[in-house]
Design a protein around this ligand. Sequence first.
Ligand SMILES: CC(C)(COP(=O)(O)OP(=O)(O)OC[C@H]1O[C@@H](n2cnc3c(N)ncnc32)[C@H](O)[C@@H]1OP(=O)(O)O)[C@@H](O)C(=O)NCCC(=O)NCCS
Length: 164
Amino acid sequence: MGDIALRPATPADAGAICRIYNQGIEDRVATLETELRTPTERRAWLAARGPRHPVIVAESGGEVVGWASLNAFNPRAAYDHVADLSVYVERGWRGRGVGRRLLERLVALGRELGYHKLVLAAFPFNRAGIALYERCGFREVGVYREQGRLDGRWVDTVVMERLL
Ligand SMILES: CC(C)(COP(=O)(O)OP(=O)(O)OC[C@H]1O[C@@H](n2cnc3c(N)ncnc32)[C@H](O)[C@@H]1OP(=O)(O)O)[C@@H](O)C(=O)NCCC(=O)NCCS
């Protein structure tokens, strides 16, 4: 993994972030989101983020192969020290350590930004995602049963957290 570089996302990354996110949406193992995005929409998404909600990308040979973000968990002030997170790796690059690099950087950024905790929700059948989070020190909080409807079927979600 020596040739992987991490850096903050820029507006020029919107196309790659969109492509990788859409792969995750289409795979139906990553998210309850079903609406495919466009580069224009992702550019606006990037532009709307403040300094406490960074997006980073992983690059190899000038190509973006993954992205990750710290997201607002809840607008109430009491939750200011909790961030939700996202991690998405290009299909052909999965299982090669990119997700781990991105998540470790998100944890470091979370600490730098003064967050107390990172949280996420994953599908119980997302083996790669759950393995990644466990390897990076996240613990299972519990399972929301039949939390979402995906393609006409109920799906559970696993809530996980890591205190920083
Ligand atoms: C989930 C995802 C981000 C993981 O990133 P990745 O680059 O594939 O994972 P890594 O190669 O860094 O592996 C991280 C750990 O998980 C383990 N792992 C990876 N894929 C696995 C799989 N399919 N089954 C079991 N364990 C797996 C690895 O062994 C590794 O552990 P190790 O560091 O102790 O060896 C990536 O697969 C992905 O983008 N999937 C689609 C989007 C998604 O599901 N995002 C998360 C939404 S909750």
